[in-house]
Design a protein around this ligand. Sequence first.
Ligand code: NDP
Length: 293
Amino acid sequence: MKIIDGKETAKLIKEEIKAEVAGIIDRGDDPPHLAAVIVGDDPASHTYVNGKEKACKLVGFTSSIYRMPDETTEQELLDVVTYLNNDPEIDGFIVQLPLPKHIDENKVLETIDPKKDVDGFHPVNIGRMALNLPSYLPATPYGILQLIEHYKIETEGKNVVVLGRSHIVGSPISILLGRKNNPGNATVTMCHSKTKGLKSIAKKADILIVAMGQPHFVTEDMVKKDAVVIDVGIHRVPSDETKSGFKLIGDVDFDRVASRTSYITPVPGGVGPMTIVSLLKNTLKASKKEVYS
Ligand code: NDP
């Protein structure tokens, strides 16, 4: 069994990005510029946005954060999105989710110019991804692809089972691994809460990707011997083992499952650290006009 070390892989990729940005600055060009818009005071959202800003600084990007109060109207947010769409200084931007309930999330995401949609959530980018055209890939699935590539895990002809069909993880990773591409060319089964016989389907997987939001759902009886297991879930649970009184666990019961696998991602330190790296890669692509000219 080998651990897929997302923390180390993310560090290596950030170093590559940093070197490329140094080259851009040496040539006298502007570094990539990522902006983030955050509405309200959800502490988790602020933590994510601060993490993104820190990562931008580390690799030499310019970053701007637009912090807006909870009572921001939908129109005020749409005006900021339009402003960022038109600001030539900004290569890409994200609107941190979730938004306050009185704002229509889809309307906001659809107002973002697909050329600047480095979260890859705009229907145009999702459509381009499904058609195997250049696009910004959603951060978490893109992070999983990078781990698969980094660890040279073969996907062609493999049975991939994805547990979960969310728009941000389960559905896009299912599309990506089924594409005529490398990584890809897999036979993909996507499961959800209405799936019948989920356990026996999971057990046929050569590669099992779990994004359900159910702590320790996957146990050893659901995993084929020598399967690759990628756990996207993150849960903060009470623990006597840590000073803080909490620890992070995944959707997979790592201690019971790991010994059956050929490769497995831990939680924390697996998929999580790759998400911000993917956002940086998309922003770099935006600044180089690699996806849209
Ligand atoms: P969602 O809640 O949006 O989706 C969960 C999916 O799992 C749904 O499709 C749901 O089915 C399915 N599901 C839930 N329970 C069951 C069940 N008992 N049996 C079968 N299917 C079930 O979650 P996300 O995709 O947003 O996130 C999943 C997990 O990944 C969470 O723990 C989240 O915190 C974590 N996450 C981690 C990230 C990272 O960077 N590492 C990034 C994003 C998420 P249905 O559609 O039928 O309701």
